[in-house]
Design a protein. Structure first.
Length: 253
């Protein structure tokens, strides 16, 4: 079965609620213009805008994602949001392990694993981010780092359908820098990730699971990245904030 590409926009800490609603309504028009092209689309606004985004996207196929989650079902965890609450707000996905969360908020492979497990339990799709820093790439540690993130981050997860989970390979040196990985660099690591997924889950699950590339994806480089065998879509930061560039990326996927 061919893998349907997924283009997911990570808005990070941008956009107010009215800006979110405006964007989502415009996105509806972009999706209509796709006229049956097979590409899935997701947006990940900040927590406070999720319910408004869900309302604005009602009646579309656009997936709503959160940018993070906490693993507990409820409790005294000030500032945190549980999987069930995300579902309640209209989400069907959540990003976990984004490099900004690993860097600034002490996210570890263990916490990524707990969050992914909690999302799966609630029937939500984790988008698990992995990727090496520039120093790690220079020291030729890319494969070792990514292997640890995949094996530890996905340990023991109950996945029996490839669409239950998405991986995003996001080399940290490419995020927000304008320095996109070459299609060959992305392919090399993503083929390696798919091989690992075969060992962690099973070869059929690995074949059907979507592996996104993230890191300075723009309309101009989308097609060449997407032409790679193991690049099944993109996690887009900066270029997902403007409907024009996000729409072009979706068109070119
Ligand atoms: C991201 O934050 O996930 C990302 C890929 O950002 P950008 O596209 O801006 O590099």
């Amino acid at each position: 079965m061919p893998r349907i590409p997924l283009i997911a926009g990570n808005w990070k800490m941008f956009k107010t609620i009215p800006e979110t609603v405006d964007f989502c309504l415009r996105l509806k028009d972009e999706i209509t213009a796709l006229q049956g092209k097979k590409v899935d689309v997701a947006v990940a606004p900040p927590f406070n805008s999720l319910a408004a985004a869900a309302q604005a996207l009602r009646g579309t196929q656009v997936f709503l994602a959160a940018q993070d989650v906490f693993w507990a079902e409820s409790g005294a965890y000030t500032g945190e949001v549980a999987p069930r609450m995300l579902k309640d707000a209209g989400c069907c996905m959540a990003i976990v392990g984004h490099s900004e969360r690993r860097q600034y908020f002490h996210e570890t492979d263990e916490s990524v694993n707990r969050k992914a497990a909690a999302l799966l339990k609630e029937g939500l799709i984790p988008i698990v981010c992995v990727g090496e820093t520039l120093a790690e790439r220079k020291e030729k540690l890319t494969f070792r780092v990514v292997e640890r993130q995949i094996r530890d981050g996905l340990k023991g997860l109950a996945v029996n359908d490839p669409l239950q989970l998405v991986i995003a390979y996001e080399p940290v040196w490419a995020i927000g820098t304008g320095q996109t990985a070459t299609p060959q660099q992305a392919q090399e690591v993503q083929a390696f990730i798919r091989k690992l997924l075969g060992e962690v889950f099973s070869p059929p699950i690995a074949r059907g699971m979507r592996i996104l590339y993230g890191g300075s994806v723009k309309p101009d480089n989308t097609a060449e990245l997407m032409a790679m065998e193991d690049v099944d879509g993109a996690l887009v930061g900066g270029a997902s904030l403007e409907i024009k560039s996000f729409g072009q990326i979706i068109q070119r996927a």
